[in-house]
Structures are given as C-alpha cells and as structure tokens.
Design a protein around this ligand. Structure first.
Ligand SMILES: C[S@@+](CC[C@H](N)C(=O)[O-])C[C@H]1O[C@@H](n2cnc3c(N)ncnc32)[C@H](O)[C@@H]1O
Length: 500
C-alpha cells in the first residue's frame, strides 16, 4: 500500500478517530506480510558500524558519514536510522519516508516537515543558543524476543497535534505469545492494541502521542521471531555538542544561521506566549478538537501559535477596543478576516438580530465558526458569513457602522491592503469607523512582503511596515482621518482607526 497521501474522505476519517475518537487509527496492510518479513530478516542480520559497541549517541548524528546505529540491550536490538543518513535497507527507508509524509498530512504540516532536523514546535524555545534542541525524524527498528517492557508514559504534552506512527512487522500468536503495545484511550482504558486490534505484520498504527502508551513485556518461544516494529518518533537532538571542527558543517549550525534572521523579521508580530492554552484549558482544547472535526489542520488548531492562541486576550482586546469606540447593539459590524469567529462569538449575542457580518477566504474557518456558534451560543441571533479574499463587501448589500481587521493585514500583500481600503470606503456608513492592527516597527528599515503557506497549504503573503506611510496615503486618498494607536494598546501589534 505504502500510501503517503490520503483522500479528503480518508483524511477526515483518520483525523476523526485520532483526535476526536479512540485516539488512534490503523492502516491495515501498509506493508504486505511478505515485505514485513523481509524487513525483519534484514534487520535481524544487520551488523552495521556501531552495532553493539556504542550506546546510541545523538551527537554523532552530525558527523560526516554518520552511520546507522544499533544498540543491543537485554535481547533487544534497536536500530536508529536518521533520514539524512545512508539507508541500510531500501524498503525500510522508503516505507519510513512515506509514513512520515502521511504523518505530516494527518497533523496538517508541510509534506517535508521533520525529515531533517528543524527548529522545534516547542513554544518554550525562543532562542537558538548552545543547548537548544533540534527536532528530527528517525525511524527506529525495534525487535524484542523477551522482556522489553516500557511503562506507560506520555510524550508531547505541549502539542496535542502530534501522532506517533508504528509499523508492526510481526503478529501476536505467530511471532510472540504475549505482550505488545499498550494504549490508554480517552475513555481511560489501557488496552493492549496488539490483542484487541489483532495488529498483524504490515499494519500501521497512528496514535495520539500524548495519550499514555507503553509496551507490555513480550514472551516469544523457540522458533518465534519476537515483537518487531518500526517506530517513527520525533527525536530531540543537541547539535551544539558536535566537536568544533565539525560544528561548522553541521545541520545545526546551518539552521542557527537561518534562524537568526527569522527571529528578527517576526519580532513585531509575535510576543512571547506564556502558556499553551489548548493543552491547559479544557474549553479551548474542546474548541480545537471541534475545529479538527470540521476539517482544520490539527497543527493549526492545537499549536500555541495556531488558531486558538491567545484566544481570550485577543477576544477581550477586540471587544474592549470596539466598546471604547462607541459600539452599540444596533450597529452593523463587518469583521474582515473573521477566522473561526473569535470576535463573532462575543458580538453575535451582543448585537441586534442580523448585525454581524464576517468574511474570510478559508472556508474551513467559516465552517468551524458556524459550528462554534451552534455549540456555544444557546439561541444565536442571525449573522452572515461570506467566503471572500478580494474584499467584495458590497455582496452583503448593506453599509457598516464599524469594520475591524484584527491581525489580517499581516496576512495581506500591500496591493490587497490598498484594495481593502478602497472597497471599504464604498460600504462604510458616513462617520463609520474601521479598526485594524498591523506589524509596524521602524527596525524593519523598510516595508516588505514575504510569501508563506498559511495552514501549511494556502499560499499567502505577509506584509511588514517600517512606518504608517502606506496607511496615511490611503487615508488621504479616501478623505478619512487616521488615528494611530487606536483606542487601546494592542498586546503585540500596532492598532489604528480610520474614520470615514
Ligand atoms: C491571524 S487570523 C485572525 C483572525 C481573526 N481576525 C481573529 O482575530 O481571530 C488572520 C485571518 O486573516 C484571514 N485572511 C487572510 N487573507 C485574507 C484576505 N485577503 N481577506 C480576508 N481575510 C484574510 C485568514 O484566513 C485568517 O482567518
């Protein structure tokens, strides 16, 4: 099968099981049992460099010509093979490569993510200094004939979007008598999935990494091969422990060079995120799971800088800023780039019937927004949402007393921003007010744009401003006043208000 990409329907089903259901999904016969047998045979006989002599030493990953690793321990041989090393076996390598792409798709990340060491998603790491950890993917081949117990534990507590992929190469009954993979489901039962799911040779298991999991000690008899599998975890690597002469050439030092300019360019848009709300706050975690069910990428929904990041702070800021500008229930409000209705969820119950209007190009966000309204507001007032990326506000057929673009111009090109202002001028009521936030910092030196993939798949452009001259020129052109700073200091961007 060796699938590396699921259809929309398959993806939805897999995500549903993993993130909303029992916490795992099984891809049956990912490898043919004969192929699985071949892989076991290869690794049973493998005695590559380092085998048996060294413990697994992650710092050696960055040595030129770094070999694959094996580690023998109490009847268990563990082989570590990082993607940037020469593959010892092509089928193992190819399957692992494709499984990683599959994982990226399910988690909603770029298809190439984690093949090489990249800077972590770990939100607590804000600087690349000696001692920082890089994350890279390895495939790890594990064969256990006896013992091999691993007490149940949880990984990636700060990132509930992560899944581990385990490719089972042997089957309980044929190859070992008892033991196998333990997993705690959301209903709190710890089961041996090898038994309950009859995981056979070639079956691939994708499970939620921060659910408790472990291994029950294995017993295999004479003539049985034991419990073999390929694990695809994410490894933590410390590049700075390379010897100085090699560090110059290492992936780690290369990434450190890349990382510094990145840090500078994102200075004005990001503030330190003190907590990881989607993991610590059950309400937000539920919202994130609902969003995944509606089709949002898990990485976007759960990550600390994703969809629900700083939810309360940004919601409160928008509501309070509009209140200070004089918002009343009878006003009509246009929420440009409304996302999953962070503001809408507050304004829909506050405004009179049919006074809230939102636009966003991401249909999946609007679908999630509708879902959150249904789930969270007991009897919501009427509101309208429109999929739109060209600022076609006239399609609502009404005029607006207030408009807001919160953290949206940071996702538009300069041309789109100009277009937005001009089209807004056609639909704003006389005296109407427009509140927006942007990344403005004289340290940028000049205005500039860069492209990026929003949500790992939608091409977008980000814009950064060294000053407000673009907005001053637009306000002059449209005969409006511009108040920089707005009614309330924004936690991470600069706010401004245009009066039409
Ligand atoms: C950082 S989110 C902010 C969402 C929302 N305003 C909030 O504060 O929760 C940026 C939003 O801008 C939207 N966006 C990007 N390009 C846009 C465009 N051309 N027109 C309208 N919205 C856009 C994105 O889809 C995304 O929902």
């Amino acid at each position: 099968m060796l699938t590396e990409r699921l259809s929309d329907e398959e993806l939805r089903a897999a995500r549903h099981e993993i993130y909303r259901g029992r916490g795992y999904h099984v891809f049956r016969s990912y490898l043919d049992p004969r192929q699985a047998a071949y892989v076991v045979h290869h690794w049973q006989g493998y005695r590559g460099e380092g085998s048996g002599e060294h413990g697994f030493d992650k710092q050696r990953l960055f040595y030129e010509g770094c070999p694959n690793y094996s580690h023998e321990y109490e009847g268990r041989v563990v082989h570590f093979n990082f993607f940037w090393n020469a593959p010892s076996d092509l089928l193992t390598y190819e399957a692992s490569w494709r499984i990683q792409r599959l994982r990226n798709q399910i988690e909603g990340r770029h298809s190439s993510e984690n093949y090489i060491a990249t800077f972590p998603y770990d939100p607590t790491v804000t600087r690349a200094t000696p001692g920082d950890r890089l994350r890279g993917v390895s495939y790890r081949v594990v064969g256990t004939r006896r013992g091999g117990e691993i007490s149940p534990h949880r990984d990636w507590r700060s990132d509930p979007s992560k899944i581990q992929m385990s490719l089972f190469l042997t089957a309980q009954g044929d190859d070992y008598g008892q033991g196998g993979f333990l997993f705690r489901s959301p209903d709190d039962t710890l089961t041996n999935l090898c038994e309950t799911e009859h995981l056979g040779a070639g079956d691939l298991l994708a499970f939620r990494y921060n659910n408790e999991h472990g291994v029950a000690a294995v017993e295999s008899g004479k003539g049985q091969r034991g419990f073999w599998r390929i694990l695809l975890p994410i490894e933590s690597i410390s590049p700075v422990r390379c010897p100085a002469e090699l560090a110059r050439e290492s992936v780690g030092s290369m990434l450190r060079r890349i990382w510094r300019p990145l840090q500078r360019s994102s200075k004005a848009t990001e503030t330190a995120v003190a907590d990881v709300p989607t993991t610590t706050d059950p309400f937000l975690r539920n919202l994130a799971e609902l969003a995944v069910e509606e089709g949002c990428s898990p990485a976007d929904a759960f990550l600390p800088k994703g969809l629900f990041a700083r939810w309360y702070a940004m919601q409160d800021w928008q509501v309070e800023a509009l209140r200070r500008m004089g918002l009343m229930p009878h006003h009509r409000v246009l929420d440009i780039g409304c996302g999953v209705l962070r503001l809408g969820l507050k304004l829909i119950p506050y405004l009179d019937e049919g006074r809230y209007f939102g636009t966003d190009p991401m249909e999946v966000y609007l679908a999630t927004g509708h879902r959150l309204v249904r789930e969270l507001l007991p009897s919501p007032r009427a509101y309208q949402l429109m999929t739109d990326r060209g600022c076609g506000f006239e399609a609502f057929g009404t005029s607006f007393d207030f408009a807001i673009a919160h953290s949206v111009f940071t996702h538009m090109s300069f041309e789109e921003i100009r277009n937005c202002f001009r089209r807004l001028a056609r639909v704003m009521a006389k005296g109407g007010q427009f509140l927006f936030t942007v990344a403005v910092d004289p340290a940028f030196g000049r205005d500039f744009e860069e492209s990026f993939l929003y949500n790992a798949d939608t091409p977008m452009v980000r814009s950064y401003h060294a000053d407000f001259s673009l907005y001053e020129a637009l306000s002059r052109e449209l005969g409006c006043s511009l108040e920089i700073g707005g009614p309330l200091k924004h936690p991470s961007q600069t706010a401004a208000v245009v009066r039409f």
